[in-house]
Design a protein around this ligand. Structure first.
Ligand SMILES: Nc1ncnc2c1ncn2[C@@H]1O[C@H](COP(=O)(O)OP(=O)(O)OP(=O)(O)O)[C@@H](O)[C@H]1O
Ligand SMILES: [Mg+2]
Length: 403
């Protein structure tokens, strides 16, 4: 680590990939299947030296992308897991208080000599204060992931996971890092990156990120893959499930995603389900066997009920669907959040497979911000305030890009 007074070269980008096709192939070789959009974003990140911000529902491979990027490029992965109320010292650096204390105890005599002929208390304090730089130096600095990534001798991949869970204060700290690849430590100086880290930020969209943060990143919304790619992913995991069954299973999961579930099943759940069915030695996908293993893919009781009801139709689109008007009179207790108790009876009856109803509800903002993993941005999601915008604008003018 070197401070302000030492001239350092600009950090250098890397040429880890020759083109988009090669990027896609190398990820594939490491078991991560990208589509062209994702491979292009990663390729551009390595060439432009910009962080990538991946937003999207849970379990679509956001975190895994960073892990695979580290594997593919042979870089070390440093991970900052964000959470609410996270102190920036846990993200940047801390002073190693224990070590400082140990040193002062071992050096008690020496410190005593410093102040033994002090004329009064103030003089003694003054003399101790002069030694501040000894105790607030690199020796006593405990780097946390962000500083570690900047200060690393070797190029690294820095994963800033679930950044939407971090407070805005930490988001502001990230701005300096992401635009200048440097960190200022008042007592030591500014630490500049030797090598540009590949930075991957992920977000589940539990809150809106500031415009300033987004502007510094290549932004990509990672959604559920299409059926073909999802099947390819499942097959690549050697789940042991027959290909034809896996293809049908993917279709069933995609059908479940269209239901209004509290937590839609993700790719990892499709993989888990395939493994489960393979372990059970299932040779035919029936709604009974799927219903008995539904808990592998849906994790809320209400969702299990809804998914269970939809399974016969998803497994066999020609199957007769039980009439909800008679068989499920308790349904109004499921908590749609509608104002009218029997609301769903009024418009659900002619819409046998619920397609119209889902389509009508499939609008951005249908969930509030308590909805974990919702890709939508809705009225319940806090908008960027004018104050934030002002801050980002000011920050944008005051700072220049490093590369
Ligand atoms: N494109 C892909 N290729 C191969 N495997 C994938 C792909 N996408 C997802 N997976 C599988 O899905 C699992 C879940 O992905 P991951 O944990 O990265 O999701 P996430 O988007 O970070 O979810 P969360 O928001 O819950 O953290 C991975 O461990 C991986 O096995
Ligand atoms: Mg993740």
């Amino acid at each position: 680590m070197e401070g302000d007074d030492v001239t350092q070269e600009q950090p250098v980008g890397a040429e880890d990939f020759t083109d988009v096709a090669e990027t896609e192939q190398r990820f594939r070789d490491h078991g991560y299947l990208t589509d062209e959009r994702l491979a292009t974003t990663v390729f551009l990140q390595t060439r432009l030296g910009k962080p990538v911000l991946l937003e999207g529902p849970a379990g679509v491979g956001k975190t895994q992308l960073a892990q695979s990027l580290a594997e593919v490029t042979g870089r070390r992965l440093l991970r900052l897991q964000c959470y609410e109320g996270q102190d920036e010292s846990k993200a940047l650096y801390e002073w190693d208080y224990g070590k400082q204390l140990l040193y002062t105890q071992i050096l008690r005599e020496k410190i005593g000599q410093l102040v033994e002929d002090a004329v009064d208390l103030e003089d003694a304090v003054e003399r101790i204060a002069k030694q501040d730089s000894v105790f607030f130096s690199e020796r006593f600095l405990a780097p946390r992931p962000l500083l570690e990534a900047i200060d690393s001798e070797e190029p690294v991949v820095l994963l800033i996971d679930e950044v939407d869970r971090a407070d805005e204060a930490l988001e502001a700290v990230l701005l300096e890092l992401l635009s200048e690849f440097q960190i200022s430590i008042p007592e030591v100086g500014t630490v500049k990156a030797r090598h540009l880290p590949y930075v991957v930020l992920t977000s589940n969209n539990t809150r809106d990120l500031s415009a300033a943060l987004k502007r510094r990143c290549l932004h990509l919304f990672l959604d559920y893959p299409d059926a073909e790619r999802e099947l390819e992913i499942v097959r690549s995991k050697d789940t042991g499930l027959d290909d034809a069954l896996a293809a049908r299973l993917v279709d069933v999961v995609r059908g479940l995603r269209e239901l209004e579930l509290r937590k839609a099943p993700s790719i990892s759940e499709t993989i888990d389900w395939a493994r489960t069915l393979a372990v059970l030695g299932v040779s035919e996908l029936s709604s009974e066997v799927l219903a008995s293993t539904l808990n592998v893919v849906v994790k809320y009781e209400r969702d299990v009920t809804r998914a269970g009801e939809a399974l016969p139709r998803l497994v066999d689109p020609n199957a007769t669907v039980p009439d909800h008007r008679h068989g499920h009179s308790h349904d109004h207790a499921h908590g749609h959040g509608h104002g009218h108790t029997h609301d769903h009876h009024d418009h659900g009856d002619d819409d046998v497979d619920g397609r119209e109803k889902r389509a009508a509800k499939d609008t951005p903002g249908r969930h509030d911000d308590a909805y974990y993993g919702s890709p939508g941005k809705g009225p319940g999601v806090r908008a960027v305030t004018s104050g934030q915008g002002g801050r980002s604008f000011a920050a944008g003018r005051a700072r220049k890009r490093p590369v």
